[in-house]
Design a protein around this ligand. Structure first.
Ligand code: ADP
Length: 389
């Protein structure tokens, strides 16, 4: 189609850029031009190709942006056909998303992307089992269990990764002793995981300023989690443990849509009020069709210097709850000062080596999780769908 009044390309390009200022990034609520997302505008006899840089090559957000770009440019004089392409970084890296629509990436990894970054879109093909660790509320020891589960599995000979999905309050920098280390990239889109205590680990806590409050709205939480999970170079793993944020918010939903989970572990303290929250966590995983591997009771009891066991919170409460819900009980971890100290000093290996009783209690949990995974592995890992009732 010929343009009515062909404008010189530079003038038209300026008009196009002005129109693109009307298109906001749905997550950041700022326009694409201000965010420096418009990487290239090519114009040829009314045919306009706009290349936009986003963190992923395909997906619902890309589709929304593409529609908005189409609608702001459609009636601009001199513009005939508009094509929107997405690059995921790097000069001219174009994925060729077509205007007819490029359906969102799925866990199968078939994204249709032609860019060299396409592998970052696959749902972690080198990872055999992905296990989420969740809790109904904060402070019950979810990160502690995640770290020790990961380290315990690695000590049993498995290749293990640990993803700090608790993007609102990442604990892994402290618990794994990452404080003196810097995150390294392996290319424009790939982060090298930290290798400590026999595991690979990644946490947002090492990618943002430590004392900055991490306030993520829904879509931003989605994006932050997605990038952490997909852009870390995990390589071949037997297990990827994901330490989720407490509660039942956006991240579990994102995770369940993004990754084929083998199952979830729910951490709970024994008190009745904690059980109520844990029940909600169990129900959440079930509603996301993520198999619940079982419940871990943390802070079950306290062993004093006199060797006596003190039942502070109602030992066994989480076990009863697990039975009531028909899910497995994976073990008890008592309140242990060494465990807290080793967490604070970033030395989880010491939990297994310097305190025989603690090491044994943690190993019971690790072995139970392994058995549950093996039992489930006779079928295939579940790609969850959200059931709406
Ligand atoms: P969450 O991830 O559920 O918020 P954390 O794992 O961060 O909880 O644990 C909160 C605090 O409690 C940490 O300081 C941790 O070291 C401590 N803690 C957790 N479990 C135990 C335990 N069994 N014995 C002693 N301290 C514990």
């Amino acid at each position: 189609m010929a343009a009515d009044t062909p404008a010189p390309n530079e003038a038209l390009k300026q008009q196009i850029m002005d129109r693109l200022k009307l298109v906001n990034d749905p997550e950041l609520h700022r326009d694409l031009v201000t965010l420096n997302r418009v990487k290239h505008v090519a114009i040829c006899e009314g045919y306009v190709k706009v290349t936009i840089e986003l963190s992923t090559a395909t997906g619902p957000m890309n589709e929304r942006i593409e529609q908005s770009v189409q609608s702001v440019l459609r009636d601009l004089p001199g513009v005939g056909e508009v094509k929107v392409a997405f690059s995921t970084g790097g000069e001219g890296a174009s994925t060729g998303a077509k205007s007819e629509g490029n359906r969102g990436a799925t866990n199968s990894g078939a994204t249709g992307s032609a860019s060299g970054e396409a592998s970052s879109e696959r749902a972690l093909p080198g990872v055999k089992h992905i296990i989420a660790v969740g809790a109904g509320k904060g402070g019950v020891g979810k990160s502690t269990v995640s770290v020790n589960l990961a380290v315990g599995l690695a000590r049993a000979g498995a290749k293990v990764g640990l993803l700090d999905g608790d993007i609102y309050g990442p604990s892994l920098p402290t618990m794994l002793g990452l404080d003196g280390m810097d995150a390294e990239t392996m290319g424009p889109q790939t982060i090298k995981p930290f290798e400590v205590s026999g595991i690979k680990a990644m946490t947002l806590g090492k990618l943002v300023e430590a004392d900055k409050p991490l306030i993520w709205r829904g879509p931003m939480a989605h994006s932050a989690f997605r990038q952490l999970a997909m852009q870390t170079a995990w390589g071949e793993l037997d297990y990827l443990i994901i330490d989720l944020p407490p509660g039942t918010g956006d991240v579990p939903l994102t995770m369940s849509q993004l990754l084929p989970l083998t199952g979830a572990v729910v951490v709970c303290t024994p008190q009745k009020v904690a059980q109520d929250d844990a029940r909600r966590a169990v129900k959440m995983f079930e509603s996301l069709s993520i198999p619940v591997l079982g419940v871990v009771e943390n802070m079950s009891y306290f062993i004093g210097d006199d060797g006596k066991e003190y039942d502070l919170f109602g030992r066994g409460g989480a076990e009863v709850m697990a039975k009531e819900l028909g899910v497995e009980f994976l073990g008890m971890v008592p309140i242990n000062t060494m465990l807290r100290k080793n967490s604070d000093s970033g030395n989880p290996t010491a939990n297994f080596e310097n305190d025989a009783q603690l090491g044994e209690q943690l190993t019971v949990v690790v072995d139970h999780v392994r058995e549950r995974v093996e039992a489930l592995a006779t079928g295939d890992a579940v790609v969850p769908t959200i059931s709406i009732s």
